[in-house]
Each structure stands twice: as structure tokens, then as C-alpha cells.
Design a protein around this ligand. Sequence first.
Ligand SMILES: [Fe+2]
Length: 310
Amino acid sequence: MAPTETQFYPGMGLTTTKAPFIEVARSKGELYIEQPYELYSEENHEAWRQLYARIQERWQRYATEKFLEGVSKLCLDPHRVPRLEEVNRFLAPLTGFKAKAVTGYVPAYIFFDCLRHREFPTTITVRSLDSLDYIPEPDIFHDIAGHVPMHTDPRFADTLVRFGEAAHTAARLVREIKDEQLQLQRLVSIFRALARFFWFTIEFGLMRGKNGELKVYGSGLLSSYGEIAHAIESPEVQRYPIQLEWVINQHFEIHHYQPLLFIVDSFDHLFDLVDQLERWMLEGKLNNVAPGEPTMSEEDIKSFLEASLD
Ligand SMILES: [Fe+2]
């Protein structure tokens, strides 16, 4: 049956990669949607329940205090998939941030620009019960339980906005380049630097706790039962104080536990690094970063060159 002929009924499910509602919306080119809450199945709620229950003790042990404070401020329901509307009712008064439902992949510039406007593109599907440990796609557990509690912290929230502004600067800079080949080369290099920074901080960052102990603030770690412990305990992981010149030149791979992680001192430190990242961009220091991952899709390129710059 073609996606457009699909009927939706309560409880039919919003399981990652198996959600007709999402397929139909994407086939219509829709990016932003309302969360169709009644479509979640009992299995979806059960997956949320299990993911949420088992990660509790790991959060207590490994997560930064700011994250734990964020979790309690959001009053997430341990038993049901969260309603974005309710999450936002607690979140928005704290930092102005809001979770905004999307149908899936958001082209890079659009994603970064949402941050600039204090909106967080949020996946609404839930991983299936038989893949609780790992799925390559983001899901609502990664986005709401991993990312959004950090958005309750004012300094962290400002850092995300600052990052969005840096992406805006990047789009403006590359659009001024008339030579198409040079424009593309610059864009790909600056994008790599931005994406690597985001990866090694917002997604996989470590931070020093009050007594010098290592804590996790990166959402990829906070939403992974296995990797959150591995990141802190494993002798196989290399952990270094963050250095901007290293991070922007360091490629990464997404399909296994990260072997290299970087540590910041505080969210003030992180904020200053984003400032520095933008300064380096303006000085041309991101124009030739090391090749390698991540690659930039056609859609990502288009988003930087064609999205409106307000
Ligand atoms: Fe993420």
C-alpha cells in the first residue's frame, strides 16, 4: 500500500523506521509535525518504561548534576512516552527552549538554526523493544531523555543558541564566495568543524564534577545504558582535556562506542569555546580542517546555501 493510502488508528504505533504516520508525512515533504500522541502503541510505552527504568542508576552515578537537576525539573513520566507539550510547559519558563516535533532527519543548517531560535528538533518515534540497546537513528528517548534535560540549564541553553549563531555566521560567510568550487570547499570544511565540535561536546562531552571526578553531559552518552558507563570506566577510552584545534580536525564514526572523548571544565568553558570557534571561522582558521567524517549530504549543502538568513 502506498504511504498516502494508509489509515491511522489509535495505538497503531510510532516505532522507529516502522511508523506509517511518519512515512506519509515525509512523503508529503513535511518536516515539522504535531505529535500524534494517540498513535503510540502499548509496546512504545513499554519501550519507554524499560529504557527509563534501567538507566536511572547509571544517571545517578555518571551524569553531571545539571542533568539530574534538569530531569527532576522536567517531571518526565517514567511510565509513558512523554507529550512534548507537557515537557515544554516545564522547560520553556526556565530557558525559553522548546522541543519541536519533526518527522526525522533535519538538514544541518535548519537544525542549527532551530537552536538559534531556542527550538530543539525532536524525533517522536520510539525504538522497538528488541533494540533497546542501540539504534543508529535518534528516537524520542535520545532526544527527550538524553538532550532536553540539559536545556533546562541557562548556560548550556545559551551555548546552544551561540552555536546556532556560529552556523548562521558560516552560512553568511560562504554565501559571499562567488566561485562555486571554492564556496563548496569552504562550506564542507567549516561544516566539518562545526559538526565535529557538536559531536564531541553536545553529543559525547564529559565534564569535571565538583571534586574533579568525571561526569557525562553529552546526550549520546546520557541516552545509552551501555556507553554511559563505558565512557567513564573503560580503560579503552582516551579522555583528554578539550582542545579546539584537535576537536575540529578529529573525524569520528557513529556505529560503535566512542574511543576518544573530550573533557570541559564547565558550561562557561563550553560557551567560550563556541565563541572561539566562531572567531576562528571569521579568521579563516576553519577553511582547511582535516578530511574525513562527517560527510555533508546534498540536503545539508542546500540548507546552508539556500535557507533564509533572517
Ligand atoms: Fe543527539
